[in-house]
Design a binder for this molecule. Structure first.
Ligand code: IPD
Ligand code: CA
Ligand code: CA
Length: 251
């Protein structure tokens, strides 16, 4: 199943990348929440490949597709994570695929076609980038940490969010807002970032990246430090050593 997911992510990402230099229609799902015809076409490709190969698997995909296959297996799919970047022709976006059995993740794959990076993990078997094992960073001091974040499309909570941002900016080495949460998690997994936090995310933004991070030795919780829950939509991800420092910035 991992090989199937890797091939599917690669084929879909390469399609998305090829379309990045063409015209494509853009629609608004919210004031600043965009979807393109490429998101939809990519999702269509992924869903039809899964349905052909695993007709009894369930599917939860961002652009409005849900199916309960009855087998207990569920694919959680973000066909194009980083749509705003993609619309602006910024080459930072990814295809994110995760497979769960019940509540437990089995595998996660995240492919960034513009950089040619494919992150993958299977539960209990570690995480890789382009086939090579990856681990989180060994940074121990928050002042040496490069930390990523993101801002929700819809928020009633802007004061809290900016206060947290202020605390991290003034305590860490630097803060980045990449625009693709699945990649933020993968970049913590491989030690590029030391930590990442965000709220207002959806399960498909995090499902693959969360497993890749855990398998790379990272730690992931909700924003209040409680055990990570895909449905909660908040995330603190770290190399584990800096987890408590980042948690303190969230108070
Ligand atoms: C978005 C990206 C972004 C995050 C947003 C997500 P999309 O996903 O992951 O980094 O800040 O909350 O919705 O819409 O590009 O798939
Ligand atoms: Ca997304
Ligand atoms: Ca998306």
């Amino acid at each position: 199943m991992l090989e199937f997911a890797i091939t599917l992510a690669r084929q879909t990402g390469d399609y998305i990348s090829a379309r990045s230099t063409t015209d494509f229609a853009v629609e608004h799902k919210g004031r600043i929440d965009l979807v393109t015809e490429v998101d939809k076409a990519a999702q269509e490709r992924i869903v039809s490949a899964i349905e052909r190969r695993f007709p009894d698997h369930g599917i939860v995909a961002e652009e409005g597709y849900r199916k309960d296959g009855g087998s207990g297996y569920t694919w959680i799919i973000d066909p194009l994570d980083g749509t705003t970047n993609y619309v602006h022709r910024l080459p930072v976006y990814a295809v994110s695929l995760a497979l769960y059995r019940g509540e437990s993740p089995l595998l996660g794959v995240c492919y960034n076609p513009a950089a040619g990076e494919l992150f993958a993990a299977e539960t209990g078997k570690g995480a890789t980038r382009n086939g090579t094992p990856i681990t989180v960073s060994t940074t121990t001091e928050f002042v040496d940490a490069l930390v990523a974040t993101g801002f929700p499309y819809r928020s009633q909570n802007l004061e809290k969010i900016t206060a947290r941002f202020f605390r991290v900016v003034t305590r860490a080495q630097g803060v980045r807002r990449l625009g693709a949460a699945a990649l933020d998690l993968c970049y913590v997994a491989c030690g590029v970032f030391d930590a990442f936090w965000e709220e207002g995310l959806a399960p498909w933004d995090m499902a693959a990246g969360a497993l890749i991070l855990k398998e790379a030795g990272g730690r992931i919780t909700n924003l209040d430090g409680s055990p990570f829950d895909l449905a909660r939509g908040t995330v603190i991800a770290s190399n584990s050593r800096l987890h408590d420092d980042l948690l303190r910035c969230m108070e």
